[in-house]
Design a binder for this molecule. Structure first.
Ligand code: SF4
Length: 502
């Protein structure tokens, strides 16, 4: 056990997604009265499906932050342990620490663990709307619509407002944000590749067992790097972000997306500073309203909304499987070049190289195939969590269970996001180089998305036909003259999907 003088200090436990000097448990603390505990959980990465860049990000960001705090004069206990519980218990024993403080974890299980350990929890300040405030907002409402929440956030936070009205008279400029991908071979905004240091080099030596391309300085691991990335987005990419936010190009992994989500999700950036920077760019006349509003809606609307719903519905939400989907993750999602579907191959290349695809590739390619083929939503959540750089339980669970796979039976989305190949054909350059034909639903060259769309409706008619928003889709199904042939082709497609020959 350490000396009496050291025992007088309180311990602040910092979790791997709370990497910021201004987190609520640390902002008022000084080296004289505080020691810092980091626990690197070895069990977390026992599943080798984790992406190398993600393992690196989480380890490197923690180690760099520990170094920053050490440089500031804090006593640091950076330890490895099988799980968080063992790490905290070992720390208490070694240091004789009687008081351990932490900011509320982002995820439900983490909070249970810290409560069991009698850790003093400080209210989480990494979001603009704490989940308790979100729960209060839901009171007396039967439906918790994202659009209503978003407008409430805009008003109460005074973001993109002119008095009590939204800037330029509208809440939503999505109409201007659905441009097809340009085919002119234009350059997309570039990003700085950050130099890796000795801390990174040590981590890089232990990544061989994990999946994906090695880290090469794409994802910020320090606050300084994250601020550079924020500035790059606002000054170099924001203007093009809006119009092309839904477009997909095989040779371009991010187009004009911000690639700030990993920095937000581990705490390197706070949502308010990101949103104010974008708002200022609009106010300065540098960014158009459709880009600024579209981006701000993702941050103060969608991101905060899924965080609130996660806490509102956990822990039951975790096991939802309304459509009884039990298919395992297919080979096409496990390795590159495991399917002839050009769009899935393209998105898998992005995922392998960058641990990232943008939201439309997630929802309309991976999510759509998962929904229409019936992949188990819990397996899908875990897959996304481990492979995507910005994945975390609180963000992946509502996005997969609620949005992508309709596994919550419509608590979150008003109808399933099932779609045939036409959408991909309109919004990407994938179909022109594909062996499948997006217009066909039968025959050997039928697009799997197009066939499975109809098969999905037919398979799930009992659960879904009562949904008033799906009347048109079921009307279309009833008019389908070749449904028996579609069913035969769908069965072939599902067999091929399972055995990796699709
Ligand atoms: Fe994807 Fe179908 Fe288009 Fe091929 S034809 S790229 S499978 S949507």
């Amino acid at each position: 056990m350490k000396t009496t003088q050291q025992n007088l200090k309180s311990t602040v436990l910092i979790l791997g997604d709370q990497i910021n000097r201004n987190i609520a448990s640390l902002s008022e603390r000084a080296p004289e009265d505080t020691r810092i505990l980091f626990v690197e959980i070895t069990d977390k990465f026992s599943n080798k499906q984790w992406h190398k860049q993600k393992v690196h990000l989480l380890r490197s960001a923690m180690k760099h932050f520990a170094q920053d705090l050490k440089d500031e004069g804090f006593e640091i206990d950076y330890r490895k342990a099988k799980n968080l519980e063992k790490g905290v218990v070992a720390h208490k024993k070694e240091y004789g620490a009687t008081s351990v403080i932490a900011m509320e974890p982002m995820n439900w299980n983490g909070k249970q663990v810290l409560e069991r350990l009698n850790i003093d929890l400080v209210r989480n300040n990494q979001f603009l709307c704490h989940y308790e405030d979100f729960a209060e907002w839901t009171l007396n409402k039967t439906k918790f619509k994202m659009e209503d929440f978003y407008r409430w956030q805009r008003k109460r936070l005074d973001i993109l407002m002119e008095g009590s009205s939204p800037c330029e008279g509208k809440w939503n400029f999505d109409h201007d944000n659905r441009e097809r991908p340009p085919r002119d071979g234009r350059e997309w905004p570039s990003i700085t590749l950050f130099k890796q240091d000795d801390i990174d080099d040590e981590i890089l030596q232990n990544l061989d067992d994990f999946w994906g391309a090695a880290p090469r300085g794409i994802w910020p691991v320090t606050r300084k790097q994250a601020l550079i990335r924020l500035d790059e987005f606002v000054t170099g990419a924001l203007t093009a972000f809006g119009p092309f936010e839904d477009a997909m190009l095989g040779n371009e992994w991010k187009l004009a997306h911000s690639v700030l989500s990993s920095s937000l999700n581990i705490g390197l950036l706070h949502p308010m500073e990101v949103v104010r920077a974008v708002e200022q760019s609009y106010k300065n006349g540098d960014a158009p309203i459709n880009s600024a509003e579209g981006f701000i809606r993702q941050v103060i609307g969608w991101r905060e909304y899924v965080w609130g719903l996660y806490w509102l519905w956990m822990p039951e939400y975790k096991s939802e499987n309304f459509l009884k989907a039990e298919r395992s993750i297919p080979p096409a999602f496990l390795e590159k070049e495991s399917t002839n579907m050009s769009c899935i191959n393209g998105a898998m290349n992005h995922l392998y190289e960058y641990a990232y695809t943008h939201h439309i590739e997630r929802l309309m390619l991976f999510g759509n195939l998962s929904l229409t083929s019936g992949i188990n939503p819990q397996e899908m959540t875990n897959w996304m969590w481990s492979r995507f750089i910005d994945g975390a339980e609180w963000v992946m669970m509502p996005n997969v269970i609620g949005m992508a796979t309709y596994a919550d039976g419509g608590k979150m989305a008003t109808k399933p996001y099932a779609s045939g190949g036409a959408y991909v054909n309109r919004m990407s350059d994938y179909c022109s180089s594909c062996v499948y034909d997006p217009k066909k639903r039968t025959g050997n060259d039928a697009c799997p998305f197009t066939t499975l769309y109809w098969d999905f409706l037919e398979r799930n008619e009992n659960q879904l036909s009562g949904n008033p928003r799906m009347g048109q889709q079921f009307g279309g199904l009833r008019r389908l003259s070749d449904l028996p042939e579609v069913k035969i082709r769908a069965s072939e497609i599902l067999t091929k999907l399972d055995d990796g020959t699709l």
